[in-house]
Each structure stands twice: as structure tokens, then as C-alpha cells.
Design a protein around this ligand. Structure first.
Ligand SMILES: Nc1ncnc2c1ncn2[C@@H]1O[C@H](COP(=O)(O)OP(=O)(O)OP(=O)(O)O)[C@@H](O)[C@H]1O
Length: 306
């Protein structure tokens, strides 16, 4: 389990992580979702004790990372999506890592098989492709059979086979009762992998919700209604669970009522309709709406100030 309390990181006047409080539970894959620059990597670095929080604290299995005597057995992490640049073979690389924890050849060969690198285990890891390097990084993370597995953007740059493999692996690790925490800036990816979501934007917690609940909220249908009697129609439709917004004169966007109900009510009141269209937001759209105000560089394409 990972528990963050008011976790905060400031770089100069930049608040990279802003008072994050969350808990990552065992037994499910938890997606750590947010646009670029939202503070995901910084949070993960603090979880591993690689960066010190400006305020707040974070524990792994009840203690700060640095207070564990056997960190490889507590949490296995893959932070940077790049191949290991080493002249050692993949197997020797893992043996060297394992040696710090008394982990020997048997476990090394086990994780090599687990990540599908058996045939290249004797080859120089520096010559590995991105996908193979990623598998090796994951093998290293799993070496200590850790209760918590944490991966930063593990599917970045991988081909469809590699992506499918990682999804299956993460679900399998969670099914074994481990805590699995994985970051991504893609909602579509998390929808395939995660059961729970922690969504951040500009360092702040935006949502801490199950994927099912997120999907339920996101898939609320919006109905576009065009009418020359928009004002009267709005009064007719608004209610406790009904939201009516209007972007332009004569146009209403209604959530909380089905298209048929809106048509029937308008007909009963003798109000003419010119359009009645149901639109369903995709998960990606829901995520973008949720984080819109939090996207750091949106629109900052700027230009030369000359
Ligand atoms: N060492 C640092 N010094 C100064 N600013 C930093 C440092 N590390 C991160 N930041 C800033 O903190 C903010 C959060 O960065 P972080 O890398 O944690 O975000 P992220 O969600 O992981 O994004 P990405 O997906 O782009 O990696 C960004 O504005 C980044 O520029």
C-alpha cells in the first residue's frame, strides 16, 4: 500500500505537487492519470525517496521508503522508459542488482522468464530495443518479489504486442494481491488497464475514483436542443438532476434527461424544436474536460515575441 498525505513539492516558485493526499490499495491496478507536467513523475520520485517533499509525507507499506531495510522487496519501480545502457548482459545486470539483497540466480532466471527475455538474457543489455529494455526494467522491478509495483508511463514507445503484454502483466500482479500503481497521460490506456484512477492536474488531486464510476459519470449523455423558445424550454427542463447550459442563442445542452423526455415535454407545452441530438462523450473527452483547466501548456504555442 502507498499512502500520501499532503504531499507537496516545490521547485523554486513552481508548485510541482500540491498537497496530494491519496492511498493506493493492494489487489487492483491503480492508474495515476494526468496531462504532461501534472506532477506524476515527481510524486513517484518522492514515493521512492529520490526527491524530498517540501511538505507532507508518503509511506510504502507503512514506512517511508528510506526506512525499509529491504526496499527491493517492498516496492519495485520502473521510472524512466528507456533501455538500460549497460555493457553487461541482461542476466548479469539482474544478478548485480539482486546481489545487494541476497537474491540469486534462481530468482533472476524466474523474472527473466516472466518478462520473456530468456533468449536474449546473455546479450549485452545496452544493445536492447526499447521494448526489450522495458522488459528488463520490469524484470529488475520484480526481482525482489515486491508487494508494491510502480511503473511510470510503461507503455510509452511500445508496439501493440508490448502494450498488450504490459496490460496483462499488471492485471496479473494485481490479481496476486499486489499494489500496482501505474502512471499515464492517456485515459484510453488506463481504461484498458486500471480499476481505480487517481487523476491529477497541475500537481493537484482532481479525482480519486473507480474506473466504473468515472465511466458512469463520463458517459452521461448530453442532448443538444435547438429551439426558438430556448428560454421557456430551459425553465421547463431544469430540475434537481438536470443541467441545462447554453452556448449560443437558441441552443441548449441538456444532461440528465433522455431525448424522448425532452421532445415530449416540449410538445406538451407547444414549443417548437429545430434540433434534438443525443451525444455521448468518450472517456478521453471526459478526462480532457476534467483536466482542461489543469493543462499546463495548453495553447502556449506562443510565438516569437518579435
Ligand atoms: N527538477 C526539477 N526542477 C524544476 N522543475 C521541475 C523538476 N522536475 C519537475 N519539474 C516541474 O514540475 C512539474 C511536474 O513535472 P512532472 O515531471 O512530475 O510531471 P508529469 O506529470 O510526470 O509529466 P510528464 O508526463 O510530462 O512527465 C512540471 O512543471 C515540471 O516542469
Amino acid at each position: 500500500m502507498i499512502e500520501a498525505t499532503d504531499l507537496t513539492k516545490r521547485y523554486g516558485d513552481k508548485l510541482a505537487v500540491d498537497s496530494l493526499t491519496f492511498r493506493v490499495e493492494p489487489g487492483v491496478v491503480t492508474g495515476f492519470l494526468g496531462p504532461n507536467g501534472a506532477g506524476k513523475s515527481t510524486t513517484m520520485r518522492m514515493i521512492l525517496g529520490l526527491d524530498a517533499p517540501t511538505a507532507g509525507h508518503v509511506t510504502v507499506n507503512g514506512r517511508p521508503y528510506a526506512a525499509h531495510r529491504d526496499p527491493l522487496r517492498q516496492i519495485g519501480a520502473l521510472l524512466e522508459a528507456k533501455a538500460v545502457h549497460t555493457g553487461r548482459s541482461a542476466r548479469n545486470h539482474l544478478l548485480a542488482l539482486g546481489a545487494t539483497h541476497g537474491i540469486g540466480r534462481r530468482r533472476v532466471d524466474e523474472v527473466i522468464d516472466l518478462v520473456g527475455l530468456r533468449e536474449v538474457a546473455g546479450k549485452r543489455a545496452g544493445g536492447f530495443s526499447l521494448g526489450m529494455g522495458q522488459r528488463l526494467g520490469i524484470a529488475a522491478a520484480l526481482l525482489g518479489d515486491p508487494a508494491v509495483v510502480m511503473l511510470d508511463e510503461p507503455v510509452n514507445g511500445l508496439d501493440p504486442d508490448g502494450i498488450r503484454w504490459i496490460r496483462g502483466l499488471l492485471k496479473g500482479l494485481a490479481a496476486e494481491g499486489r499494489t500496482v500503481f501505474v502512471s499515464s497521460h492517456l485515459m484510453s490506456e488506463m481504461a484498458q488497464t486500471a480499476e481505480h484512477l487517481i487523476v491529477v492536474g497541475r500537481g493537484r488531486l482532481i479525482a480519486d475514483v473507480s474506473l466504473a464510476e468515472f465511466t458512469r459519470q463520463a458517459s452521461r449523455t448530453t442532448v443538444r436542443v435547438r429551439s426558438p423558445h430556448a428560454t421557456a424550454l430551459r425553465d421547463l427542463l431544469v430540475g434537481p438532476d438536470v443541467t441545462v447550459t447554453g452556448g449560443e442563442p437558441g441552443l441548449l445542452e441538456v444532461t440528465g434527461l433522455r431525448r424522448e423526455e425532452i421532445g415530449d415535454r416540449a410538445a406538451a407545452a407547444g414549443l417548437t424544436l429545430h434540433e434534438l441530438t443525443a451525444t455521448e462523450a468518450s472517456l478521453e473527452e471526459a478526462f480532457m474536460t476534467m483536466t482542461r483547466d489543469a493543462v499546463e501548456y495548453a495553447g502556449a504555442t506562443g510565438g516569437d515575441p518579435r
